[in-house]
Every structure is written in structure tokens, then in C-alpha cells.
Design a protein around this ligand. Structure first.
Ligand code: MIG
Length: 886
């Protein structure tokens, strides 16, 4: 692919601004740039969007036909702010934002753009002259031969053109015919002062993006790669073209909105500090400052890029969410533990596995059915032998207060007697091949057609397939899993759809490729909402994703392998997905391919229990892996890990509410919480769950200790289970046993928990709460609790929720509203409070409610750990109260 762009080397750009063309409106600044050699005009549009975002769009001034502009990813047309031209002189145009915090400087020749914040250059574009834009041309056959053409069309140059894949390209035995010729676009960005960059999932790579100057570029191209390797830049399953750059005092982001195959080259280097220097001596003293060049290249579309100016990481998350939406609030059950396997064979198997959890006293919420549950891989149907009464099976699960998830893939078996197929065929809902026939590929059912989810009418029709009366024997405890939606096409080029396949509105597959899975999940989530008449929250897991997929549900990292290295890499992979807006993500616990040794399985459960999406899953060829199959001791340890997860759910659910309303990622790399601490910038073997928990999974075999970094010298950390304050700061060797993984609570936080786990989340509704109050150096702490019915949209439409705050200050723990507009009745009380790091043995403790009632509280104080436990509190969650300790 981008062989052509790679022929363009850093240097002076051949693009120049036509200064006469500059126009300024309320929305934007527009002007044209011209390429000195081919003389093609490009239209540039720059605007400032509310909330420290700049947008730069470059398209052809008069293209032969419209170029693809990614629809449906931005949640609305962004609200722009008027820019002011503050300065226009020989070849330089400066626009400032209203508040003058930012200055945008456009240099005319060569065309360059620089963004400054209060005099500091943060980012610049096209400084390396790598702006690249292939304008649309008529195919060579349509061009009249001219003398000059004849001349150059010598055999060797023809070959050269073919080599470069302008009009067609070969991939093995596949021929990609490019009906519209070469259409690629690209540009370089310089990030000043930055040498730490993150983001652009999904790769099996480290948290910190690596220099790609002597290797492969990071590729964003959704592919089904079975048995994918670790430390590769090749794209797998999903992509989010968002890159973050961080330095101690600032975080910036680049969101490159393009859904065609995209490559990102990264080059971090040190350059001499840019100061107007005077003497030679001073020049010699010049500091070397880091600079990261990022080059984006896409096969097609236009250049449409959002520059997120932060300045903090949390600002970047908000800015990205303002454009693409926030994480959907998951139904509470989906934060429980999920038990999956390819396959749970039949109704008896499902019942037996379900009973196994009860017999072994292990909580779980959802059992999953993979492709074998269908009638010959016809989705929305049941295998009549194995699932004779699926409705009864679901009633059984419902009584156990559990749910079912079934797989629904996007390929449709070619079978005229299969209604879904014949309907879609008649309506013309399949993706077409380049000759206008329905595109046919091979997938699980054999010959298959692929629904064209880019068509809104197809999405609506697809959503309707989930209606209870249409989807036979489905009930409201059934939720959905979208797999194979890269899309995966067996025997296709790179196991996906040909780029010259044709979608809705005549767009080629190459334009929309990375959006295919995004659209399927969108339609599925819509279907689940609609089947409940808009009342219930959906749950949809997808394998393929794009920017904005967070609005529709959860993602997982696909077919990992049951090896220690895959457990280890799952941490940076999930952290990266979280940074890109998708909080609800997880990796297959145990590793999908192969058979984990029991120790690895145990370690994976312990890690998964502290990650957003928690599902055990295994391949068809793998041995059975239900948590009780590995001996009494391992069963007991896994049980403990899963129970810890369930007890933690009030905290996790509150974090998801924050992700939903304030775009804060649930799982955070350390640097996000400790932006000024350089030692955290590359840490990927531990992470923060919210702002309060530090989690360090054990990812190596038979280790007796792990090295934990306790970030922030002024922080206090407590052992989450033993309540003991950690004596040492910095990097500390912590002893570990197989029993659990190290988890620490940060001083200054309050974590809401349940007092015990139940059989599933629904069994836990009435279980009371417990607060863990971890004091900081000032003996203060705060934390939040969000509660609602856990499944409907009433929190949104009727404000039926409780959003509470707990504050510990001057020996008083008080409960108050964060958001008074929400009301939700619960009989569930705060039963127990544990205060960690309480300096002295208290003499008495009084609890008082708002109506003036006071009562003395029973407490114990552990002098060894300085933990104070208050019992039998019975304080309502939905009322204000205070506990005074003297
Ligand atoms: O190529 O549906 O990633 O989770 O069990 C295998 C069967 C197809 C791939 C998914 C995996 C799922 C499997 N699917």
C-alpha cells in the first residue's frame, strides 16, 4: 500500500498557500493550497471547537467525484468558535482563539501550521513536508494519448506504475481493482517537547509507542488474525486513530478521522532547544529537548484531523468524548463474571455448568453460547437437537437470576430457505462485489453474504431482527456478542473483504473497512434497546471496533493464547483501549487458544477480576476450563478472586458512571493519575482502577515477589486486604503467594463495597455496603457511590439514581449528595466502615442522621494496622449522615 507515500521523504513541502484565497467566517478559516508540481488545488479548512479542540480538514478543491468523509462517528456537528486573524503579513497568517490562549500560525511557503499555547509551540503540521494528497484522476484508459504520454508510457514506466499499485494491486492471488485510482492521503505532525506517545489501538504492543524508523509502521486495519503474535505493529480486530502525547506539564492528542487502512510512523528524537540564541557559548549550552514526529498515512478519504489540546489527560478524554461520545453505562450484570466457551454444547451442558457455579459457591452472571448453538451457523436460530427448548433454558437461568449471551455474526449463510438471507437478498442489503453482484465469501456457514451495515436502512432492519417475536425463543435475559466483524472472510485477502467490494452509496470497502464492526454493534445495540421499547440498556460485545464504539457496549481483545506473555501484554493492550475512549474491555481469561497451566489460569482470574470486562473463554480445541476443574486449592483461589470482584462492584459501577458522564477511563495507566511523575510514564505491569486502586497482576510463573512502583512520593498506600499502611515509597519488592495479587488503596480515597458476594449481581441487590476510608497525610479522604436499578434507562429519563459523596475530614465522615437531582429508593444500608491509617485509638464514635437522631457506634481498633472498624451502622445510602470520631 503506502509504498507511494514512502517515496516522499522529509524535506521542503511542495505545497504553498494561496494567500488571496483566505476567507474567515464565524465557523472557520478557509484557504487553498497548491502543489508546485502538479498544480492541484486543495481546500484547507481550520476551525476551533469549543473546549480546546482544533480541526484541520484538507480536501481537493474540485475533486472528480466526492471523496469519502467518515459519517456517524462524530456524535454531532461540533460547535465551533470564531477565530480571529490577529496578524497577516508576508507569508504568515496568525489566528487566535477568543480567549487568546491559543495561536494558530499558518506559514504560506511552504505550507505549515503551528499551534501555540501561551507562546509555547505544542504541535506543528507538515514541518517535514510530508503532506501527501493523491487527487482523483480519470483512469488511464480514458485519457487521450498525448505526445508526452506516449513518450513516458514506455514499458519500464508502465511497470513502475503497476508496481506502485495505482490502479490495481495484487495480494497473493487477489486482485484489488481500484476503480478510482490512487486516493491516499497523509501528513506529518511534530509534537514539541514530547517523547512519550500512546494510543492507536489495537496492537499486541507495549503501552509506550515505539519508534518505527527502522521497522514496520503501526497499522490500523481491522483483521482477524488467529494466533496473533506479540509485539507486532500489524492491526488486529479494531482500531481507534487517536494518539496521545504526554510530558510532565501537558498532554495532547491527535484524532485522525479516517476509516480506511491507515499507517502511523513514529519517530522520537532529541533536538536542540529552539531559543533565539546569542553567543556561541550559549548555543553550546543549549538543552536537547525531545520531539516526536508522527506521520499518518491513509489509503483513502480526506484529511480530517482533530487536535486535542488538553492540557491534561482528563481534558483529552473529555475532548475525545465530546466528539465521539462516552462509554455506554453497562447493565450491572455485565460487570459480573461471564462464563464462555466455544462451545457450551446443549441445554444439559448449560444447566450443568450453571449448577457447577452454585455447587462450588462461585458467583457468576452470564453463560455464553458460541456459534454451535445455531442451526448450521444461521444466526438468530437454534440447533434443534441440542437446544430443543431454548426458552425453557432461559427461564431456568432467569430463576437463577442469570443471563444468556449468544453470538450473532455478520456473515449470512447463502441459503434461499433461510429467511434472513432471502429477505436481505431481495432487499439488496448485502455488500456487492465490483461487478455489482452480492459479494460472496466463505465463513463459518460456508458460502456467505455480508450485510451492509453502513446502510442506515439495513441497520434498522437488522435491529428489528432482535424483536422478541422475530428472534424465535429469545427472551429479555438474552444479550448479544458480535464476532467476525472486521469482517472476517475465510480465503479473502488477509482474511477480510476485498477492498473493491461496494457498499451503500457506491462507496468502496476500502473507504469504510475499519467501520464495519462499529456499525454492526451500533445496529445490534439499537435492536436490543428497541425490543424493550426503549426501556432497557443493551449489552453487546464486539470484536471489531472504531472510534466511538464505546457508545454501543464492550470490546474484547480477541483470540489470545494461554501463555504467560499474553497475560502480560493484555495489560498495556487494555490500558491503550481505555485511553482511546473504550472503558468496557477485557481479554479472554485463561487465554483463548491452548490450555493454560493451572497457575496461569489462577493468575489470569486474579487479574481479570480487576479489569473492566471479565470473561473466561476458551477455544473449541481447548480442554474444559470451568473454574472448579483444577483441584480444590485452585478452585478456592479462583472463587476468592471472583468474589473480590463482586464485592468491588459498587466501586466499579461508580467508575463506569464516571466514564459514562465524565469520560474518565475506568482502567488507567499510572501516568494519567500521576502526570508529573516521569517514572510512571512507561509503567505497564500495574495500573490504577479509578483513582483509588493500584493493581499489580502477577504475570510470571512461580514468583515469590513482584516489584511494585508506588507512584507519588507524597502518597500513602494501604494493602487493600490487610489494611496495613505500606512503609516504603517508590519501588518496593512485595512478597506474593498464589492466594492473590497485590492491590493497594491510595490514601485520600473512599471505596464503596458490598459486605459480601452473592450468587450473581441480582442476588446482591439487598446486600449492604461497606466503606473503605483510606486516609492521606492530612487525615482526609473522599469518594463516591453511584446506585440505580442497574438495568433500565430510568436513571436518564426519570433521574432515578443516587449519586453520593463520602468525605472524611477532621475526624468526621459525612455522606452527602453529589447530584441532588437524582432520587432512587434503596433499603440497602451502609453497614460497616473501615478507616485505614487512623492515628490513635478512638474513645467513642457517634453517628447522627440529618433529622438529629444520634447513636453510639460499636468499633474496634487494630493498633498494629491503625485500622478502625465501625460495625452495625445501618445508615441509609439515600440520606445525609455524619459519623464523628473522638
Ligand atoms: O475463528 O465463534 O474470537 O472468541 O469463540 C474463530 C468462534 C471464531 C473467534 C472469536 C472467538 C470465538 C470463535 N470465533
Amino acid at each position: 500500500l503506502h509504498r507511494r507515500q514512502k517515496l516522499l521523504h522529509p524535506g521542503k513541502s511542495l505545497y504553498r498557500v494561496l494567500l488571496d484565497s483566505v476567507t474567515l467566517s464565524d465557523e472557520n478559516v478557509k484557504f487553498q493550497i497548491i502543489h508546485e508540481e502538479n498544480k492541484v488545488l486543495l481546500q484547507v479548512e481550520i476551525c476551533e471547537i469549543e473546549g480546546n479542540i482544533f480541526r484541520l480538514k484538507i480536501d481537493e478543491a474540485s475533486p472528480l467525484r466526492a471523496r469519502y468523509k467518515v459519517p456517524d462517528v462524530l456524535i454531532k456537528e461540533p460547535t465551533t468558535q470564531k477565530l480571529f486573524i490577529s496578524h497577516k503579513e508576508a507569508g504568515i497568517l496568525v489566528s487566535s482563539s477568543v480567549n487568546e490562549d491559543y495561536k494558530l500560525q499558518v506559514t504560506a511557503n511552504p505550507f505549515q501550521v503551528e499551534l501555540q499555547s501561551k507562546g509555547e509551540t505544542v504541535m506543528s503540521m507538515n514541518c517535514n513536508g510530508l503532506l501527501y494528497f493523491e487527487h482523483l484522476q480519470p483512469p488511464p484508459s480514458d485519457r487521450k494519448p498525448t505526445a508526452q504520454n506516449e513518450e513516458t508510457a514506455s514499458d519500464s514506466s508502465k511497470e513502475k506504475l503497476e508496481d506502485l499499485g495505482l490502479w490495481q494491486e495484487k495480494f497473493g492471488s487477489f486482485l484489488d481493482i481500484k476503480a478510482h485510482g490512487p486516493t491516499s492521503v497523509g501528513m506529518d505532525f511534530s509534537l514539541h517537547g514530547y517523547d512519550h506517545v500512546y494510543g492507536i489501538p489495537q496492537h499486541t504492543e507495549t503501552l509506550l509507542l515505539k519508534n518505527t524508523s527502522d521497522g514496520d509502521a503501526y497499522r490500523l486495519y481491522n483483521l482477524d488474525i488467529f494466533g496473533h503474535k506479540i509485539h507486532e505493529k500489524i492491526g488486529i480486530y479494531g482500531s481507534v486513530p487517536l494518539l496521545l502525547a504526554h510530558k510532565p506539564n501537558r498532554t495532547s492528542g491527535i484524532f485522525w478521522l479516517n476509516s480506511s487502512e491507515t499507517l502511523v510512523d513514529i519517530n522520537t528524537k532529541a533536538v536542540a532547544e529552539h531559543t533565539p540564541s546569542r553567543s556561541a557559548a550559549e548555543t553550546a549550552k543549549q538543552r536537547a529537548v525531545p520531539l516526536t514526529d508522527v506521520r499518518w498515512m491513509s489509503e483513502s478519504g480526506i484529511i480530517d484531523v482533530f487536535l486535542l489540546m488538553g492540557p491534561t489527560a482528563f481534558d483529552i478524554f473529555k475532548q475525545f468524548a465530546q466528539l465521539t461520545g462516552t462509554q455506554a453505562l453497562p447493565p450491572l450484570f455485565s460487570l459480573g463474571y461471564h462464563q464462555c466457551r466455544w462451545n457450551y454444547e446443549d441445554e444439559q451442558d448449560v444447566k450443568a455448568v450453571d449448577a457447577g457455579f452454585d455447587a462450588h459457591d462461585i458467583p457468576y452472571d452470564v453463560i455464553w453460547l458460541d456459534i454451535e448453538h445455531t442451526d448450521g451457523k444461521r444466526y438468530f436460530t437454534w440447533d434443534k437437537q441440542k437446544f430443543q427448548n431454548p426458552r425453557k433454558m432461559q427461564e431456568h437461568l432467569r430463576k437463577k437470576k442469570r443471563k444468556l449471551v449468544v453470538i450473532v455474526d455478520p456473515h449470512i449463510k447463502v441459503d434461499p430457505s433461510y429467511t434472513l438471507y432471502s429477505q436481505a437478498k431481495d432487499k439488496g442489503y448485502f455488500v456487492k462485489d465490483r461487478n455489482g453482484k452480492d459479494f460472496e465469501g466463505i465463513c463459518w456457514p460456508g458460502s456467505s453474504c455480508y450485510l451492509d451495515f453502513t446502510n442506515p436502512e439495513v441497520r434498522k432492519w437488522y435491529a428489528d431482527q432482535f424483536a422478541f417475536k422475530t428472534y424465535k425463543a429469545s427472551t429479555n435475559i438474552l444479550f448479544v456478542w458480535n464476532d467476525m466483524n472486521e469482517p472476517s472472510v475465510f480465503k479473502g485477502a488477509e482474511l477480510t473483504m476485498q477492498k473493491d467490494a461496494v457498499h451503500y452509496s457506491n462507496w468502496e470497502h476500502r473507504e469504510v473497512h475499519n467501520l464495519y464492526g462499529f456499525y454492526q454493534q451500533m445496529a445490534t445495540a439499537e435492536g436490543l434497546i428497541r425490543r424493550s421499547s426503549g426501556k432497557e440498556r443493551p449489552f453487546v460485545l464486539t470484536r471489531s471496533f472504531f472510534a466511538g464504539s464505546q457508545k454501543y457496549g464492550a470490546v474484547w481483545t480477541g483470540d489470545n493464547t494461554a501463555e504467560w506473555s499474553y497475560l502480560k501484554i493484555s495489560i498495556p493492550m487494555l490500558l491503550t483501549i481505555n485511553m482511546a475512549g473504550i472503558s468496557f474491555c477485557g481479554a479472554d481469561v485463561g487465554g483463548f487458544i491452548g490450555d493454560p497451566e493451572p497457575e496461569l489460569l489462577v493468575r489470569w482470574y486474579q487479574a481479570g477480576a480487576y479489569q473492566p470486562f471479565f470473561r473466561g473463554h476458551s477455544n473449541m480445541e481447548s480442554k474444559r476450563r470451568e473454574p472448579w476443574l483444577f483441584g480444590e486449592k485452585n478452585t478456592q483461589i479462583i472463587r476468592k478472586a471472583i468474589r473480590e470482584r463482586y464485592v468491588l462492584l459498587p466501586y466499579l459501577y461508580t467508575l463506569f458512571y464516571r466514564a459514562h458522564t465524565a469520560a474518565e477511563p475506568v482502567m488507567r495507566s499510572l501516568w494519567i493519575e500521576f502526570p508529573g511523575k516521569m517514572e510512571t510514564f512507561g509503567v505497564e505491569n500495574e495500573y490504577m482502577l479509578g483513582n483509588a486502586l493500584l493493581v499489580h497482576p502477577v504475570t510470571e510463573k512461580e514468583v515469590k515477589t513482584v516489584t511494585v512502583l508506588f507512584p507519588g512520593s507524597e502518597e500513602i498506600w494501604y494493602d487493600f486486604r490487610k489494611f496495613k499502611r505500606m512503609e516504603d515509597a517508590g519501588t518496593v519488592k512485595i512478597p506474593v503467594t498464589l492466594e492473590n495479587i497485590p492491590v493497594f488503596q491510595r490514601g485520600g480515597t473512599v471505596i464503596p463495597l458490598k459486605t459480601r458476594a452473592g450468587k450473581s449481581t441480582e442476588w446482591m441487590i439487598d446486600i449492604s455496603y461497606e466503606l473503605h476510608v483510606a486516609l492521606d497525610a492530612e487525615a482526609c479522604a473522599t469518594g463516591e457511590l453511584y446506585v440505580d436499578d442497574g438495568h433500565s434507562f430510568q436513571y436518564l429519563h426519570k433521574k432515578q439514581f443516587l449519586y453520593r459523596k463520602f468525605t472524611f475530614h477532621k475526624n468526621i465522615l459525612s455522606s452527602s449528595y453529589v447530584d441532588e437531582s437524582g432520587q432512587y429508593h434503596t433499603t440497602c444500608a451502609v453497614e460497616r466502615v473501615i478507616v485505614l491509617g487512623f492515628g490513635k485509638q478512638p474513645t467513642f464514635v457517634i453517628a447522627s442522621s440529618k433529622d438529629g437522631k444520634k447513636k453510639e457506634v460499636v468499633f474496634t481498633y487494630d493498633t498494629k494496622t491503625s485500622a478502625m472498624t465501625l460495625e452495625n451502622l445501618a445508615l441509609s445510602v439515600d440520606a445525609d449522615w455524619e459519623i464523628c470520631i473522638s
